[in-house]
Design a protein. Structure first.
Length: 262
C-alpha cells in the first residue's frame, strides 16, 4: 500500500525527497502556529494557491484529496465565532453563544490559518511513498534505522487492518450476529482486530529480527535517498512564504503572538 495512487505521481514535486516536503510544510506551519491574525494566514494561503497548480495534481484530484480540509476549516471558524472570546460590539447573545466583532475576526483568522497550514501539507504529502519517506528519514535526517523501519512496517500494515475489518464484518454477517446491537458489534470487532494485530505484529517482529533488521552497526540501503538542488529550492519556497506572511502581518500591525508572555 502507498499513500497515493499512481496517477498522482506526476508533476514538479512528485520526485522531490519527502524530507524536503516535510521541511517545507514545517517552515510554513510553524510561524502560523505562533500567531493568530487574518493577514499572515491570508497572505500565506494566497501564495500557496498560486503555487499549488505546479504540484502536478489535477483539479479533480486536488478537490478529492483536500475536501476534508475545506470542510473542517469553516466548521472550526463557526465554533470560534459562536463560543470564542468576545470583544468589541456584540451582535448576538444567547445562553453560551456570544457573537461579537472580536469573535468573528478570530473565526476568520482561525479558518484561514487552518487552510494555510493543512493545504500545503496535504498537497505535498499526497505524492509521498512510505518507502521513500523511510529512506529519507534514515539517510538524510539520520534517524535510527530500527525506529524508521519499524514505523514503515507499521504503516504498511494499515491496508491489512482495513482488509481484516471487512473480513470480520462479512464473517459476522454470514453467522447472523451482525444484524443488531451496533455498539456491541463494534466492540467485539475491535477486540478481534486487536488480537489479530498483536499476533501479526509479533510475527512481523520475529521475521524482521530474523532478517537482521535489528542488527547493530550501520545499515546499507537498497535505494539512495538524494537531497539536492530541487529539495533546497522547495525549502526556500516554504521559507519565503512564511517570511512574506509574517512580514505582511507585522507591516499591517496585525501580528498577534499567541505564545508570548501574558
Amino acid at each position: 500500500m502507498t499513500l497515493l495512487d499512481s496517477r498522482a505521481r506526476v508533476g514538479a514535486v512528485a520526485e522531490i525527497n519527502p524530507v524536503a516536503k516535510l521541511g517545507a510544510a514545517a517552515l510554513i506551519a510553524v510561524p502560523l502556529v505562533f500567531t493568530l491574525d487574518v493577514v499572515s494566514a491570508a497572505v500565506a494561503l494566497a501564495l500557496e494557491l498560486v503555487l499549488i497548480p505546479f504540484a502536478g495534481l489535477g483539479w479533480r484530484e486536488f478537490w478529492a484529496r483536500t475536501w476534508p480540509v475545506w470542510l473542517a476549516a469553516p466548521l472550526t471558524g463557526v465554533t470560534i465565532a459562536l463560543y470564542g472570546q468576545a470583544s468589541g460590539q456584540v451582535y448576538v447573545e444567547w445562553l453560551a453563544v456570544r457573537v461579537s466583532e472580536g469573535s468573528l475576526l478570530l473565526a476568520a483568522a482561525t479558518t484561514l490559518r487552518v487552510l494555510a497550514i493543512a493545504l500545503p501539507s496535504v498537497v505535498l504529502f499526497v505524492t509521498v511513498d512510505p518507502t521513500d519517506l523511510a529512506d529519507g528519514l534514515a539517510q538524510v535526517l539520520k534517524l535510527p534505522a530500527r525506529f524508521v523501519l519499524g514505523a514503515l512496517a507499521g504503516l504498511r500494515m494499515v491496508g491489512l487492518f482495513l482488509d481484516d475489518w471487512r473480513a470480520l464484518e462479512l464473517a459476522r454477517r454470514a453467522r447472523g450476529v451482525a444484524d443488531r446491537g451496533r455498539i456491541r458489534r463494534f466492540v467485539g470487532m475491535a477486540f478481534a482486530l486487536l488480537v489479530l494485530s498483536i499476533r501479526r505484529g509479533a510475527k512481523l517482529a520475529t521475521a524482521m529480527e530474523a532478517r537482521g533488521f535489528g542488527a547493530p552497526g550501520p545499515r546499507t540501503w537498497a535505494r539512495e535517498s538524494r537531497f539536492g538542488a530541487r529539495e533546497f529550492l522547495l525549502l526556500a519556497i516554504g521559507a519565503a512564504i512564511a517570511a512574506v506572511a509574517v512580514g505582511a502581518a507585522i507591516a499591517a500591525g496585525t501580528w498577534n503572538l499567541i505564545l508570548g508572555p501574558g
